[in-house]
Design a protein around this ligand. Sequence first.
Ligand SMILES: Cc1cc2nc3c(=O)[nH]c(=O)nc-3n(C[C@H](O)[C@H](O)[C@H](O)COP(=O)(O)OP(=O)(O)OC[C@H]3O[C@@H](n4cnc5c(N)ncnc54)[C@H](O)[C@@H]3O)c2cc1C
Length: 441
Amino acid sequence: MSSPSSSSSASSASSSPSSPSSISRQVVIIGAGAIGAMSALHAIDQGMQVTIVDPGTPGGEHASSYGNAGWLSSHSILPPSEPGVWKKVPGFLLDPLGPLSIRWRYLPRTLPWLLRYLIAGSTEARITETAKALRTLLAGAAPLHQQIAEKAGVGQLIELSGLLHVYRSRQHFEGDARGWRIRRELGIGWQEIEAEELHQREPDLDPGYGFGVFINEAGHCRNPGAYIAGLIQHACDRGASLRAVKATGFRFAGDRLAAVQTEEGEIVCDAAVIAAGAQAKMLAAQAGDNVPLETERGYHAMVEHPEGHPRTPMMIMDRKVIATQTELGLRVAGQVEIASFEAEPDWRRAEIMRDLALQLFPALPRDLPASRVRYWLGRRPSMPDGLPCIGPSTRSADVIHAFGHGHIGLGTSARTGRLVAQLLAGQKPEIDLAPFSAQRF
Ligand SMILES: Cc1cc2nc3c(=O)[nH]c(=O)nc-3n(C[C@H](O)[C@H](O)[C@H](O)COP(=O)(O)OP(=O)(O)OC[C@H]3O[C@@H](n4cnc5c(N)ncnc54)[C@H](O)[C@@H]3O)c2cc1C
């Protein structure tokens, strides 16, 4: 990457305060993850002057967008909780290494979020409402990413080769009938694959898995960190400024935005986008919206030069993990750990991902040297109902929320960026944003 340009201000605000649709707006994008990168590119497409602020390096390991499983899964429309999941809460508290765990000390703080999370998946009607809204955000995600990646010169990172869910057996698949039925009702198609064909297609996979569901419309990213770095570089090549600084708040003039405040002074602007991922809560509050944003932490283990790996990225349905062959190696990603943003990582959880890699792909050596495995902790920015916040803030229509994308922030980022730019330009958003309003709580 060549070094991106830098500036001390977004330059003087030249658009009239009374004309929010003016394409000459000076926009500050707070956060250079997937959501910020896509928002920046689409705002530039609309002719706006863009400054991106982020204390971290774009595409760096600090961001959730770095180490995710790379799925561009337009079918990931179900909220994370489901009917009856409340019965498992005592287990989540007692088993610190289960697929979902809650740190005891954090429970009092997270309880209101947890209750909303349980309610969101408590009935089929609620799940279907969420699924309908997410489908509008996700439909066509993989080709959208491909178009943007090609324009940014990183088209090789996006593959439109489908995604796979693998089950132990057809019977286990039928146990998930509700979710698949909701998907079918919303127009999502798939191919069911019996054991013999599954193992022809996936010769390295543990033979204990005997049934697959192939989603043709989906795709994946082969290196999310490099993808984000490439998108931000492209934004800078097209005139955006990148500043390595943390945003701390806003200065308003009446109901209009006058500046974004940072640790190094103000950036004069007439619009801002809060795309700060799991750290967006404080900024959203300053823009008038107290949102129940929580950190759902997840982990990955990555095996370099693996002797066995998936041909198609796959979700292992009984383990709730995703295995993806990336540019950097075999990545096994998953786990949900409810703990504070700052809490120390529990690397035993990442070691579980490594052990699963060994189980799932038996060709990997049992004595896998530690030097070939890399571990990562990521912080999903999660709303309790599984729906992100996209839309104008209460304090001012000049501040746009774009955070809370939870488990699907890479996939949803392309359309989110487009919606953000439509809002900034005063255009009618291409989908109904009511389900994504920050004021819904
Ligand atoms: C294990 C795991 C697997 C996942 N797998 C997938 C997957 O396969 N597919 C998928 O679609 N999603 C997946 N996700 C979710 C996805 O990674 C996130 O939803 C997405 O990365 C969120 O993007 P973001 O831009 O909102 O946040 P981030 O990528 O976290 O970026 C936010 C940025 O904001 C910056 N920031 C924070 N505060 C400030 C501030 N005050 N001022 C300036 N900058 C600030 C941060 O430094 C950071 O760079 C996964 C997540 C995890 C943890």
